[in-house]
Design a protein around this ligand. Structure first.
Ligand code: IPE
Ligand code: IPE
Ligand code: MG
Length: 241
């Protein structure tokens, strides 16, 4: 059984609101606690030698939340980048942001670009932050680029292959996630990495995101290592029988 560390772990950080509610606190308190967990998780992933980790921080559907919550979430992202970027850089973390930039505030866009530019040459953990991210939106934008290339005569219509689509997604150059973890007991993707998740293993955990600890990450990796990935084929054992 291969005991290799997954190349790419993606996490749907869910349950901040319920965590806060269970404590009689406002939802924002849950989001703040969630940022602490995010810091701890990034550090743990770096130590474990995981090459890529994607964190779902804000979905393209999260705009439908109350204005005050949306603005709290935007504020927390800004604060996180301002406070943590230097540390991440020192820890050799390479930051990539996926999601639609258009529609975000100018100040946030500048911070996202700064995080990517500053850490571009780092060789440790690649931290992918999915912000204003929705998979259908990402695929639609990739299709727009394809259509533009076809109309410009750069790409033949029959060259529209899965690889050509993959290369135009926000995640271009990032391997597909081996494992997708979702906390809070929900068992759905909520428009996260639909294309990239074709052969991902799913680990659903009952704990709310602020309660997620590095030990949960280690356990999720162990669960992944016990799974038998087939990619549509058969295993060597099946052939022997
Ligand atoms: C996840 O926690 C964080 C974001 C979506 C930004 P939620 O805010 O979704 O928490 P619940 O699901 O309401 O408990
Ligand atoms: C998914 O969680 C988005 C993030 C974790 C950022 P949601 O809480 O928004 O998803 P639903 O609404 O339960 O599907
Ligand atoms: Mg939620």
């Amino acid at each position: 059984m291969p005991m290799s560390i997954p190349r790419h772990i993606a996490i749907i950080m869910d349950g901040n609101g319920r965590w806060a509610k269970a404590r009689g606190l406002p939802r924002t308190a849950g989001h703040k606690a969630g940022v602490e967990t995010l810091r701890e998780t990034i550090r743990a992933a770096g130590k474990m030698g995981i090459p890529f980790m994607t964190l779902f921080a804000f979905s393209s559907e999260n705009w439908s939340r109350p204005r005050s919550e949306v603005s709290d979430l935007m504020g927390l992202l800004k604060l996180f980048i301002r406070r943590d970027l230097a540390d991440l850089h020192r820890e050799n973390v390479r930051v990539r942001i996926i999601g639609e930039r258009e529609g975000l505030g100018k100040d946030i866009r500048a911070l996202l670009t700064e995080a990517e530019t500053l850490t571009d040459a780092n060789t440790g953990l690649t931290l992918v932050i999915a912000f204003n991210y929705g998979s259908r939106n990402e695929i639609a934008r990739a299709v727009q680029r394809l259509v533009a290339d076809v109309s410009a005569g750069v790409l033949a219509a029959d060259a529209v292959t899965p690889e050509a689509i993959t290369a135009r997604l926000d995640t271009a150059g990032i391997p597909d996630p081996d494992v997708i973890i979702r906390t809070s007991g929900e068992m759905r993707l909520s428009n996260f990495l639909l294309w990239q998740a074709a052969y991902s293993e799913f680990v659903f955990l009952p704990c709310y995101w602020p309660d997620f600890r590095p030990s949960n990450l280690a356990e999720a990796i162990e669960t992944f290592q016990m799974r038998e990935r087939r990619f549509g084929g058969v295993t060597a054992q099946d052939i022997a029988l």
